[in-house]
Design a protein around this ligand. Structure first.
Ligand code: TYM
Length: 339
């Protein structure tokens, strides 16, 4: 809870490459909708990014790119706090404390670590392994109540809740009782897992080598049309009922994208297109995407030409974020016996 009695929202995006439709529908679009009712902090999580190798010049550019995307998508810096994680040193400080609260058994269950490390488990950075503890620190440093994320972050949120609970219990006799709120994930069903355009069983991702698998926020209209027309479907027409989508992951994905962009229930969309071939549907989906994304792209281009504005937003954001967290880190350290 913030000082003005509004519930507090925290979320973050890694500056690791071009943002795509999954980041937009699964996260950033919801960030925008929340900023009128909550005290929102939106972070560019650069310390998370370096858990895998980042070329320093690319990283520097990608940090600004996420900041531009936040603004271009409609996050208003006079309403929300937009800032870079490494500009507030308490994130790293609290993550060390959480390294000592969180259990190895908990981290061993994290599916994202298993996926990212793959067969290379012995060679990946130790930061990749303790990554969820840093994520818990991001959220709990601000005593956040709500965390809007895509479905892939659900397990990390559960770990954050476990850490908050363990801290509150372990230190209950030392001033820690109910200290951390137990944060709730905010996951919006139909947009929480936007899948690859080429394989409906894999999530749309920045790290997939082919950019034909994803729509990027900076894609030109022609490229959007090309990617949608080449998006994988199947030889059957569009069905009448949602149940018939169960074994058709690519079709389900395109309908989900249509539904989250148009904010119409899937059933309405099925009513309009059932029995038809995919070409009509794909044309309309491309139009819808262009309609939503081209104003964002134009805004991105405008912001690209005004780096000093962007830096000002980030400087102000870091000052605000420090103010919102300074008292909390001091209290946490005091509870533990570190001051
Ligand atoms: P990241 O940078 O991978 O993704 C940013 C946000 O986009 C969502 N997302 C998706 N949603 C739907 N479909 C997809 N295909 C898709 N791909 C990505 C993610 O779920 C996320 O919400 N660990 C986080 C960053 C983070 C964070 C935090 C988030 C660090 N600290 C604290 C919330 C709170 C991550 O790697 O997101």
């Amino acid at each position: 809870m913030s000082s003005n009695n509004k519930k507090r929202v925290f979320s973050g995006v890694q500056p690791t490459g071009s943002l795509h439709l999954g980041n937009y529908l699964g996260a950033i679009k919801n960030f925008v909708n929340l900023q009128n009712d909550f005290d929102c902090l939106y972070c560019i999580v650069d310390l998370h990014a370096i858990t895998v190798w980042q070329n320093p010049e690319d990283l520097r550019a990608n940090i600004l790119d996420v900041a531009s995307a936040y603004l271009a998508c409609g996050i208003d810096p006079t309403k929300s706090t937009i800032f870079v994680q490494s500009a507030v040193p308490y994130h790293a400080e609290l993550s060390w404390i959480f390294n000592c609260i969180s259990r190895v058994g908990w981290l061993n269950r994290m599916t994202q670590f298993k996926e990212k490390a793959g067969k290379n488990k012995e060679k990946v950075s130790s930061g990749l392994y303790t990554y969820p503890n840093l994520m818990a620190a991001d959220i709990l440093l601000y005593l956040a109540d709500l965390v809007p994320v895509g479905d892939d972050q659900k397990q990390h949120l559960e770990l954050t809740r476990d850490i908050a609970q363990k801290f509150n219990n372990d230190y209950s006799k030392f001033g820690g009782k109910d200290f951390f709120p137990i944060p709730e994930p905010l996951i919006f069903e139909e947009s929480s897992r936007v899948m690859s355009l080429r394989d409906g069983t894999k999530k749309m991702s920045k790290s997939e080598t082919s950019s034909m698998t994803r729509i990027e926020l900076r894609d030109e209209n022609d490229l959007i049309i090309k990617k949608i027309s080449k998006a994988k479907t199947d030889p059957f027409p569009i069905p009448e009922s949602i149940g018939e989508l169960d074994n058709r992951p690519e079709v389900k994905n395109l309908l989900n994208i249509f539904s989250s962009l148009s904010e119409e229930p899937i059933l309405n969309i099925l009513n309009n297109y059932s029995g038809k071939q995919f070409s009509d549907f794909k044309n309309d989906l491309s139009d819808l995407l262009i309609n939503r994304l081209s104003p964002i792209r134009q805004e991105l281009i405008k912001i690209d030409n005004d780096e000093s504005f962007l830096r000002e937003v980030l400087n102000d954001g870091a000052i605000k974020a420090k103010k919102k967290s300074e008292k909390n880190i001091k209290e946490i350290k005091k509870i533990i016996g570190l001051g």
